[in-house]
Design a protein. Sequence first.
Length: 276
Amino acid sequence: MKDLIKLLGYSKESLWQYLEGLSYADYDKIIVPNGGIIFVPKGKEQYALVCVHIDTINDARAAKAPTERELYIRKNYLALLPNADCACLGGDDRCGCYIALKLLDRGVPFAFGFFTDEEIGGLGSSRCINAIEALNVTSFIGLDRRGSNELALYGWDNEELICLFEAMGYNTAFGSFTDASNLAGALGIACVNLSIGYQHEHTHSEFIDFTATLNTLKTLSTRRIIEFLNSKEFLAECDTMGVYDYYYGDDYYRDEYGCDEYGYDDARGVMYYDYK
């Protein structure tokens, strides 16, 4: 939980700087200015793209991020203290960033997109569309859903993906907007969005159930889930390609990949993608 608490204290700008400085032996890094930072697994023919965003409502409302002294922490429960001078806790989407970073540390062979400005219209992921179109993405897996066991759908669905996560205990729900759905709508590749543990997002009453955060981390660390998501392209099965509405701002566990087997070092190359 200590790493999540650290992430909650970052602003959008400071988290971008942190991500920009990361290097992993098993991933290439693509930087789209004002758009996102994408880590791509080396030597893999195709891969799911895990989507998270680095801005919170605190950034959108020009409020500061919470300090640890402003947090109420009890076991696996995190919330703001009543006198905290913040708009929200920021679990949306710091919980998603936490999971993505842990999967990177474990060397899980997905691609990972850390996008800016989801809360004001998915501007960051939109700026990354050209860069992502050049990759071999099989599906978009959002880590940006409230609750503990929801599988949010946006009309860019694939029955095999839905069945996969339903078998892991997730229940389908309808979502409004997230970076994964933004990219799915642009590229015709299916998306889902998994619960990551926060509740009452965008409010001072927001809280995090860290047990739910860890559950989704464990799900995406499971070898058979990884292999299935990377096995083929999952096209969106819908008749509304290119037509969708924006509603911004709403919004079996064995044989896991581990840090010991998939460590990292600083021997990395970085590619800067110039968005036009």
